[in-house]
Structure formats: structure tokens, C-alpha cells
Design a protein around this ligand. Structure first.
Ligand SMILES: Cc1cc2nc3c(=O)[nH]c(=O)nc-3n(C[C@H](O)[C@H](O)[C@H](O)COP(=O)(O)OP(=O)(O)OC[C@H]3O[C@@H](n4cnc5c(N)ncnc54)[C@H](O)[C@@H]3O)c2cc1C
Length: 347
């Protein structure tokens, strides 16, 4: 481990938190070997004197970031100039062969299907995902799924932030030996930094990382509580699914309510504007809806990702189609990747 000794304040504190760039992933809190950090009032802060070990700085997805360094670490090469959305091997549009799964999931159910396949075939013993509770509808909370039923129970997208790295720490505590990690681009980046730094305690049991495409997260208090519940008067318990397809589609038992995307954008988290990664460019497999209906656009980036997808397809869990050059979803992927990168530069 090659560590630059630097304090939390001099690194993350001054360069990330002070500039409103902390994404709230909690990775710094989880890896601090001296338990010096806590998450309070929307940001990490010291609870006792920092020992200047520098570990938090090294794993922060917003501090001292180098794409060439990270790509070399994950893929053994940097992206080619035509790989506008990161290094990849194969692009597919896929869906679960089980229609009930597609119904329960966000898009084509690729994430849930891959996790289920891996779990049922002994490839993983647990999956870090994001769940919900009855008490606070649509509020995402990190979850460690340890059964197929739990994997299915936590399917679907919640558009507010879920600090899933907390459940990676839980998996480590529970001594899980084969873990899948599902997360947003910032979380995938933090986990890749942990791997690069050689933080074996957190990474040795990780089998694969599934990334979610992400333009931004919306605040729960603003978007869900104030706008959807308060302004639109929708009962949050009646909402079956929220999806974004150019506009926000809120599906309830009595129909679908449409909200202009611009309305929701008012509640986007400010820190997300400083993130330049739309498609989880360092994941083994990246997934997104990209305007598709009932299918998941899937970017297979690594050998591990390829092996898992091919096995799930051969076993009949996934229906997989190639992506045509010129496909609307592919153009959208290029456009949104470019847009996010450009916006982060002016933040
Ligand atoms: C905050 C957010 C923003 C997104 N923005 C876009 C976008 O702009 N464009 C686009 O094409 N796709 C976006 N996605 C991805 C998209 O919504 C689907 O997750 C993806 O297409 C996979 O669909 P699926 O049916 O295969 O997933 P499923 O099989 O339904 O599985 C989804 C998995 O994601 C987990 N999850 C749910 N909510 C969260 C969360 N908040 N944080 C971490 N994990 C979570 C679930 O636990 C589940 O394991 C976004 C996802 C999130 C979480």
C-alpha cells in the first residue's frame, strides 16, 4: 500500500466538503481505521483527532481522481477515443426471461436477474443493494440481501441517494465470502479505489460490481415529500413505481401521472453536479433504462462481467440482443455521458 500521509481536513475537508462536492457515499467513514469520522448534517466530519493516515483521502471518489490511473487499475488499459462512455467489451439490450421479474424490476430486470442467477449458482452469498421500508415509502436504505427473496424484494429504482457502501461494511462484519455490489457511479468509483489501494478487508470477497447509470439523485425531502406528496397530493403508499423516460412517470394503482423532468431537476442534489460519470464507467457491468421500455441497456466492461452475463444467458435467465450502431439508446448514452462530463467541469 503506497499511502500519502494527509489529514482528512487537508484533503477531503478542504477540497471536497468545503466545495459542496461530497456525494455522501460514506466510504471515508467506513474505511477510517481509527473511527474518526461520522456523517452529520449531510457531510462527513471528525469526531476525534485525525491520525493523518491518508486512507480516507485515497478512497474518496471526489479527491485526487485520475481516470487513466483508475482505468489502468481496473481494465489494464485506458479507454480508446471512441469509448466515450468508458472501456467496454460488449453492448447488449437485455431482459429477464421471467416476465414476473420484468414487472417487479425497474427496466428489464437485468440487475436482479444477474444477482439471482449468481446467488442460486453459488457464485455469491450476498448482494449489496438498496431497499425500502413500509414506514417511509420510496426512501432508499442500504441493504445486504442474503436470499433470492430479498434480492427480488429490493428490485426497482429509488431516485434518492442510498449510501450502499454502509452495507458493504455490514457484509464484511458478517464475514460474507462472495459479495456482489450494486451501486451508483460514485459508489463504484469508491469501491474501485479501495481495490486499487489494496484494502483487502473490504474488497477481498467482492465478486463483481454492477453499476447503475445515473444523471443525478433527487433529494427525498424535496422531490418525494414536498413535490410528489405535497404539491401533487399523491399518497406515497399508492406509488408502485417511479421511472424516468424523458419525463417522470409515477405509476399508481389508478394510473400513470406524468411530471416534466425539469420539475424534478429542481430537487437534484447539488453535489451530483460535480460528478462526471454517467454510466458507472468502472463497473464490471453497467445498466440503465436509456428510454427503453421493459429492457435494460447493459454495458459489459470486464471479463468477469462477460462471464456472468454469458452464463446467465446460457442458463436461460436472460434474453439478450445486440445493440445496433445508430440505436436511439446508444446515442442517448453518448449524449448523457458527454453532458454529465461537461457539466461537472463548470461546477
Ligand atoms: C439514483 C439513480 C438514478 C438513475 N438514473 C438513470 C438515468 O438517468 N438514466 C438511466 O438510463 N438509468 C438510470 N438509473 C438506472 C435505472 O433506473 C435502473 O436501475 C437500471 O436500468 C437497471 O434496471 P433493472 O431493471 O435491470 O434493475 P433492477 O433489476 O430493478 O435492479 C435495480 C437495483 O438497483 C438497486 N437500487 C435501487 N435504488 C437504488 C439507489 N438509490 N442506489 C443504489 N442502488 C439502488 C436495487 O436494490 C436493485 O438491486 C438510475 C438509477 C438510480 C439508482
Amino acid at each position: 500500500m503506497n499511502l500519502k500521509k494527509v489529514s482528512f481536513e487537508e484533503s477531503i475537508g478542504m477540497n471536497v466538503v468545503a466545495h459542496g462536492k461530497c456525494l455522501g457515499c460514506r466510504a471515508c467513514i467506513v474505511v477510517c481505521p481509527f473511527n474518526c469520522l461520522e456523517y452529520k448534517e449531510g457531510k462527513p466530519s471528525l469526531t476525534k483527532e485525525c491520525k493523518d493516515c491518508g486512507i480516507c483521502a485515497q478512497i474518496c471518489p471526489q479527491y485526487d481522481w485520475s481516470w487513466p490511473k483508475m482505468e489502468n487499475s481496473v481494465f489494464g488499459r485506458e479507454r480508446r477515443s471512441d469509448e466515450e462512455f468508458g472501456v467496454y467489451r460488449r453492448l447488449v439490450i437485455a431482459r429477464a426471461t421471467d416476465n414476473r421479474l420484468v414487472e417487479a424490476c425497474q427496466d428489464g430486470g437485468v440487475v436482479t436477474t444477474l444477482l439471482t442467477f449468481a446467488f442460486e449458482n453459488g457464485i455469491i452469498d450476498s448482494a449489496v443493494v438498496s431497499g425500502i421500508t413500509k414506514e417511509k415509502p420510496l426512501y432508499p436504505i442500504p441493504k445486504l440481501a442474503t436470499t433470492s427473496d430479498e434480492i427480488l424484494k429490493y428490485a426497482g429504482t429509488r431516485y434518492s441517494y442510498s449510501p450502499s457502501i454502509l452495507s458493504l461494511a455490514e457484509a464484511v462484519e458478517q464475514k460474507k465470502t462472495s459479495i456482489a455490489f450494486v451501486g451508483t457511479p460514485c459508489q463504484i468509483r469508491a469501491v474501485r479505489k479501495m481495490q486499487m489501494l489494496g484494502l483487502k478487508r473490504f474488497t477481498k470477497s467482492l465478486k463483481f460490481l454492477i453499476g447503475l447509470m445515473c444523471s443525478e439523485c433527487f433529494t427525498y425531502s424535496g422531490f418525494i415529500e414536498k413535490h410528489i406528496h405535497g404539491d401533487l397530493g399523491l399518497n406515497l403508499n399508492d406509488i408502485e413505481k417511479i421511472n424516468i423516460k424523458g419525463k417522470i412517470l409515477v405509476k399508481t394503482k389508478s394510473g400513470v401521472k406524468t411530471i416534466p423532468l425539469a420539475e424534478a431537476k429542481k430537487y437534484a442534489r447539488k453535489s451530483c453536479k460535480s460528478c462526471d460519470d454517467f454510466s458507472s464507467e468502472l463497473a464490471d457491468i453497467s445498466t440503465g433504462g436509456l428510454g427503453l421500455d421493459g429492457w435494460t441497456f447493459t454495458i459489459i466492461r470486464t471479463g468477469k462481467g462477460e462471464e456472468l452475463c454469458s452464463k446467465a444467458e446460457k442458463a436461460g435467465f436472460l434474453d439478450v440482443n445486440p445493440v445496433d450502431e445508430g440505436a436511439y439508446a446508444l446515442n442517448l448514452l453518448r449524449k448523457l455521458s458527454k453532458k454529465k462530463r461537461k457539466a461537472s467541469k463548470v461546477y
